[in-house]
Design a protein around this ligand. Structure first.
Ligand code: TRP
Length: 453
């Protein structure tokens, strides 16, 4: 059998995993979820979810992937041959494919907005109505959003075809530092705006009277989506980790980077929004309607600054989305390549073409097909709900049960301690979380999201 490829370096592995985690979830979803759930108290609970439940599940995914050295469905066939556990893997692959198809639609929008920012298309607009109209007419049109989604998937395809080392790892090593640089510059600019303090207060001064069970559930769902957990994305990446990679340290690094980017995204957006008196709870449209308006208003006196700020922001968003689409594409490509024995190239094309077709349906559901409903939702919202409300929590729960209850404890120990070479002071606590806390907490979100509670 051919030697399976690995990431070339530890830092490459960390950046690739962080690239998967950092995405639209951090810069688009986190701010609007925070806005909708009342600010600092939500963030506080979110942090607990990330570090108490998210990281242990991430380490579980890493252990499964590195030990089996296989794609996510293949991993269960190696670790639990002849059992139905492989269906957890199949569900992950399907979820990865579905998420990639609608995620690419929003990722495509970021390209349109980057182009608008580049050609200074927002500069003439002054009223929020104009931004709303712009977004509505763009997202509901037939061809342009599809074209951008197509471009985004082809870009993703190119990186995947270049392979794990030359494509995924190398692109992460270039894009992630660029992303950090952009995000820090933007945060500094935003903080210098008059009235920025109100935005910071909203972000950092918790008002615990606003905490309801819904806030808790929202925080947990957000933690899963943002850390790329639940579908074997990080286990696929971990199958390319070297023997010397320190799984718990890698997970902590990814968790810290992901949280850092989400909080800084908040620091960019809320001070800017507050300084021009725009409400933080605008919902999903925050990024595409409210924000371009905020940039024009906040920096309106200095047009060059408004121009650069929005351009940098949308480039940042596109970069973040790009490293995430790459990771979802890899989940499905590795599966088709290894399980169905197609060449990597053919496997990658199957994923790309399939996602383009499904992506077209998602994109059209904002316009010509908006009346077509499945369970009362348009195609985009249906796929979003099906994956993030059902498949991801279910996958996360099953992964923690698999690692905590089914998998031989020695395998877990050997993976986390690198065959006892590393000290793992919290091993018992870690197993306890996987066995009890994570499954119970997740089944609570699950039940809640399904509306049973
Ligand atoms: N975490 C990414 C984001 O924040 C999205 C993502 C990539 C994802 N891979 C995933 C979400 C796997 C869930 C599962 O945008």
């Amino acid at each position: 059998m051919k030697e399976r490829v690995n990431f070339g370096s530890k830092i490459g592995a960390i950046l690739a995993a962080a690239g998967s985690a950092v995405g639209l979830g951090n810069i688009w979803r986190f701010p609007y979820e925070t806005g909708n759930h009342g600010g600092a108290a939500f963030i506080f609970i979110y942090l607990i979810c990330i570090f108490l439940i998210g990281l242990p599940i991430m380490i579980a995914e890493f252990s499964i992937g590195r030990h089996s050295r296989a794609n996510t469905a293949g991993a269960y066939k190696v670790l639990a041959p002849g059992t139905p556990w492989k269906y957890v893997g199949y569900m992950g692959v399907l979820a990865g494919f579905l998420i990639l198809s609608f995620y690419s639609v929003v990722a495509g929008w970021t390209l349109e907005y980057t182009l608008q920012a580049l050609s200074n298309g927002f500069s003439g607009m002054t009223q929020s109505k104009e931004f709303t109209l712009f977004f509505a007419s763009f997202s509901s049109s037939t061809f342009r959003p599809i074209l951008w989604m197509f471009c985004f998937l082809i870009m993703t395809h190119i990186i995947i075809e270049m392979g794990v080392k030359k494509g995924i790892e190398k692109s992460a090593k270039i894009m992630m530092p660029a992303l950090f640089l952009l995000i820090v510059i933007l945060a500094v600019c935003s903080l210098t705006l008059p009235g920025a303090g109100n935005g910071l207060e909203f972000l950092f001064k918790p008002d615990f009277s606003k905490v309801t069970p819904k806030v808790f559930m929202g925080a947990m769902g957000q933690a899963f989506f943002s850390l790329s957990l639940g579908l074997g994305c990080l286990s696929t990446y971990a199958s390319y980790f070297g023997k010397e990679a320190n799984l718990s340290r890698t997970a902590i690094s990814v968790g810290i980077i992901d949280t850092f980017v989400a909080i800084i995204a908040g620091i960019i957006i809320f001070p800017a929004a507050f300084s021009v008196g725009i409400s933080p709870d605008a919902g999903p449209s925050l990024l595409f309607i409210t924000l371009p308006n905020v940039f024009q208003l906040a920096f309106g006196d200095i047009p060059l600054l408004a121009y650069l700020f929005s351009l940098m922001f949308y480039i940042l968003l596109a970069l973040a989305a790009f490293t995430s689409t790459i990771s979802m594409h890899e989940v499905v490509t590795a599966f088709i390549h290894e399980e169905w024995k197609f060449s990597r190239r053919k496997a990658a094309w199957m994923v790309t073409v399939g996602c383009i077709v499904l992506g077209i349906c998602s994109s059209l559901s904002f316009g010509p097909w908006s009346d077509f409903h499945l369970f009362g939702l348009n195609i985009f919202d249906f796929l979003d709900s099906l994956t993030s409300k059902i498949m991801l929590p279910l996958g996360g729960m099953l992964i923690s049960i698999f690692t905590g209850w089914y998998l031989d404890r020695r395998i877990v120990w050997n993976e986390i301690s690198n065959e006892s070479k590393l000290k793992v002071p919290l091993f018992k606590a870690y197993i306890f979380i996987l066995k009890y806390i994570a499954p119970i907490a997740i089944s609570l979100i699950f039940i809640k999201e399904l509306g049973i509670l």
